[in-house]
Design a protein. Structure first.
Ligand code: P53
Length: 476
């Protein structure tokens, strides 16, 4: 059985649904200069906001103005929690101010109070691909050590203001996404850096990640000082990688490929770089800037739980050499498709057992409580004549993943805090900027080009998830 206080809910991020991109003093973020892409078409990063370009995050789904109705719908499904992020630029418009923007802070008070009034506890990510554009353009993003101070100041303001309303926090969303530095969108959204422009892109990525590790550790320590009840997690995309065959080269390759997750979690969970990282660092063109103070900070701020997203598994084949330059999907040159699995329309391979594998692997490696903070499937959908969507495909996807999650808890002994479904209301896709890649229990009448009434409609999965939560995962 799942624990009785299991945190069922949904997950979203500020920049993918709030809209209101300049309202109440908000500054521009790195997400505000991302154009719309499509499947196989990368989003572009423009230099500032350029007239005539399409920026889907500017409007989102207008949650900034509709949150009261939307939260009421989440409450109707029985949500125990909602994971969202605090848009850094609502609090510090450029990131370098010393005084926070009170209007921005007041918005999140209203939002969190509304959730709590409905019995929904907020779960908060401090940085979900939405750092101030100023810090990226003028300071060089996370390649500049000064970002640690700017981020820490922002985090402290949020922790002090909301610690009585929020227990579960995460510093950086999917901190390991930038591992895929062949596409600049990942480095840009994680770190405000275009790694392809750097002399040694791998070194630059590892340097940015290092400053983030230090920042995450400092923030974790501060959080515990402010309120010992706070639980601070790491957040990674669980990149489950299988060998294509039992050829020892495939097995070794798959083991190595898992470093794209473990390199990040190892540091944040254990508070020190693992041995294999030293080898990786030695191969760089120049040593990383890692001070003794940094190493001490890492040890003093290890995380309380492992938060992760899970969408798909991947497969490596040592004999494959795929062209990944400018690839929008998360892959390396040895990644091939899994002959045993199907994929969605964006080629994300559907693998419920991979979720159990990830839970087991993290448990065996760290033994910490875990929190599945994203899982879901993007599908192209339209309203039918009954003003709904019969999304049986989503029901089956989520049901199968929940079954595997329960096996991990009941058979494998994993300590699991909760499960939040990504994009519980349709929102702007991160990788493509599309609206048509829909994840929600709630359909939002909005199209890729920004047209549509914005009206909300319950899909079939809305009632299904309500039953799942009411039965604590027994009625699937
Ligand atoms: P979209 C890759 C692999 C797994 C999760 O993505 C990923 C990515 C993209 O880096 O991102 C997370 O909207 C991310 C969310 C995002 C969600 O997955 O492209 O944390 O912001 O929306 C789904 O379908």
């Amino acid at each position: 059985m799942l624990r009785s206080d299991f945190l069922w809910g949904g997950a979203v991020s500020a920049h993918q649904l709030e809209g209101a991109y300049l309202e109440d003093g908000k500054g521009l973020s790195v997400a505000d200069v991302l154009t719309a892409g499509a499947h196989g078409v990368s989003r572009r990063i423009t230099s500032g906001v350029v007239e005539g370009e399409c920026y889907p995050n500017h409007g989102g789904i207008d949650f900034y103005h509709t949150f009261e109705q939307d939260i009421a719908l989440f409450a109707e499904m029985g949500f125990k929690c909602l994971r969202t992020s605090i848009a850094w630029t609502r609090i510090f418009p450029t990131g370098i101010e010393h005084k926070p923007n009170e209007a921005g802070l007041a918005f999140y008070d209203r939002l969190f109070d509304c959730m709590i009034a409905h019995g929904i506890q907020p779960v908060v990510t401090l940085s979900h691909f939405e750092m101030p554009l100023y810090l990226a353009d003028e300071c060089g993003g996370w390649l500049n050590r000064v970002l640690i101070d700017h981020f820490t100041r922002f985090a402290r303001v949020c922790l002090e203001r909301y610690h009585e309303k929020v227990t579960y926090w995460m510093a950086f969303n999917e901190i390991n996404n930038q591992h895929n530095f062949s596409n600049d969108v990942y480095g840009w959204t994680n770190s405000g850096v275009k790694f392809s422009k750097e002399k040694d892109p791998r070194r630059a990525m590892l340097q940015a990640a290092h400053y983030q590790f230090v920042a995450s550790a400092i923030v974790t320590r501060i959080a515990h000082e402010i309120d010992p009840k706070i639980k601070m997690g790491c957040m990674v995309a669980a990149d489950v990688v299988y060998p294509l065959s039992c050829h020892p080269e495939d097995v070794l390759l798959a083991n190595d490929a898992m470093h794209s997750t473990y390199y990040f979690t190892d540091v944040m969970v254990r508070g020190a770089y693992p041995n294999y990282a030293k080898r990786i660092h030695e191969e760089l063109s120049e040593p990383l800037d890692i001070t003794n103070d940094d190493l001490a900070a890492l040890t003093s701020g290890t995380v309380d739980y492992v938060g992760f997203s899970y969408y798909m598994s991947n497969v490596v084949d040592h004999s494959a050499h795929v062209d990944v330059s400018d690839s929008v999907s998360y892959s390396d040159e040895h990644m091939v498709s899994n002959p045993y699995l199907e994929a969605n329309e964006w080629d994300w391979q559907i693998d419920p057992r991979g979720l159990r594998y990830a839970l087991k692997a993290f448990d065996e490696r760290y033994g910490l409580p875990q929190f599945i903070v994203e899982n879901g499937i993007g599908i192209i959908e339209t309203l039918d004549e009954n003003q709904t969507v019969e999304d049986d495909e989503r029901i089956s996807f989520l049901g199968e993943h929940i079954k595997q999650m329960k096996l991990a808890v009941e058979e494998d002994g994993v300590d699991l805090i909760g499960y939040t479904v990504w994009g519980c209301i349709d929102l702007v896709s991160f990788t493509t900027g599309e609206m048509r890649k829909r994840y929600g229990f709630i359909y939002v009448d909005k199209n890729d080009d920004g047209t549509g009434s914005g009206q909300r409609f319950k899909k079939k999965s809305f009632d299904w998830y309500q039953r799942v939560i009411a039965s604590n995962g027994e009625d699937l």
